[in-house]
Ligand binder design. Structure first.
Ligand SMILES: [Zn+2]
Length: 255
C-alpha cells in the first residue's frame, strides 16, 4: 500500500524538534509520497533542506499563499517564478483566495492568483488551490482562466456538493483531509456521490488533525485516519482507496 499525502507542511517550525521521527513514522504507516506546498520566500530554504534530507519522498511546490499576499507581493511572485528555473517543482501552490482572516489585500490576492495560474499554464504544472470564505471569487477567476492546461487540486475541500461538482468541472481534484472525520464537517454527507477518481488525500499537517487527534498537532502519519474514514464512507477496502488516490495524485503531479 502506497499512500500519498498531497498537502503537508513538513518544513513548518511545528516539526523543528522531531521532523525526522515524524517523517519516519509516516513512512512506517505507508505514507511514502509527500507533496509540499509553499507559503512564501521565508520558507524556501527549509523546503529545499527537507527535499535534500528525503529526496525520494519529497515533492516540492512553488507558490505564494493568499494569506501572505502583502505590500511586497510582486517581489514574492518573482521569487516563485525564479525558483522554477533553478529547481524541480511539481505544482504551483498553494495559491488562491482567503477572505476569512483579512480582506485588506483582496485585489492583490486576485492579481497574485491570476498571475500564478498563468505561470502554471506556461510551465505545464498543476495548481493547488487554497480557498477560504472565497468560493465565488475563486470560481470567478477559474472561469476566466479555464483551459485544457489548467488543472490541479482544490486543497482542503470544505464546500457543498454543488461546489464540489463545479471544482471538478474545472479539472480540479478534491483534496480530502481531517475535516472529513469531524462530526460537523459536512462533506462526509455527500462525498460518496463524488467519484473516487476525483479524490486525493491530504493532511495539511501541522493543521486540521483528524479525529481522534483533533486540536493537536497534525502529522502525515495520521493520513491513515483519513483513509479509514473514506473506506467507511465509500464502503471500499482501505488498500484500494490508497491505490486509487495515489494513482490520482500521479495523474495530477506527473510523478
Ligand atoms: Zn496548506
Amino acid at each position: 500500500m502506497i499512500l500519498t499525502d498531497t498537502h503537508t507542511h513538513l518544513y513548518s517550525e511545528a516539526f523543528d524538534e522531531d521532523r525526522k521521527i515524524v517523517i519516519e513514522r509516516a513512512i512506517k504507516n505507508g505514507v511514502q509520497r509527500f507533496f509540499i506546498p509553499a507559503i512564501d520566500s521565508t520558507y524556501t530554504k527549509s523546503m529545499l533542506d527537507l527535499k535534500n534530507s528525503f529526496p525520494e519522498h519529497m515533492f516540492l511546490m512553488s507558490g505564494l499563499h493568499p494569506t501572505h499576499v502583502k505590500e511586497n507581493f510582486k517581489d514574492e511572485l518573482s521569487h516563485v517564478e525564479e525558483l522554477l528555473l533553478s529547481h524541480k517543482y511539481y505544482a504551483i501552490g498553494e495559491i488562491g483566495m482567503d477572505l476569512y482572516w483579512d480582506k485588506t489585500f483582496l485585489r492583490e490576492q486576485q492579481e497574485a492568483f491570476r498571475f500564478q495560474i498563468q505561470l502554471a499554464k506556461k510551465n505545464k504544472l498543476p495548481i493547488v488551490i487554497h480557498c477560504r470564505d472565497a468560493f465565488d471569487e475563486v470560481f470567478e477567476i477559474l472561469e476566466e482562466e479555464k483551459s485544457k492546461n489548467l488543472y490541479g487540486i482544490f486543497h482542503c475541500f470544505t464546500g457543498t456538493f454543488e461546489q464540489a461538482e463545479k471544482a471538478i468541472s474545472y479539472q480540479m481534484k478534491l483534496g480530502i483531509g481531517g475535516v472529513v472525520t469531524f462530526k460537523n464537517g459536512k462533506i462526509d454527507a455527500f462525498l460518496k456521490n463524488i467519484d473516487l477518481k476525483n479524490i486525493v488525500l491530504e493532511t495539511d499537517a501541522p493543521y486540521l488533525s483528524p479525529v481522534p487527534y483533533r486540536g493537536k498537532r497534525n502529522e502525515s502519519a495520521y493520513l491513515v485516519n483519513v483513509l479509514n474514514k473514506l473506506s467507511s464512507i465509500y464502503n471500499i477496502d482501505a488498500e484500494d482507496i490508497a491505490n486509487i488516490t495515489t494513482k490520482n495524485s500521479t495523474e495530477v503531479f506527473g510523478v
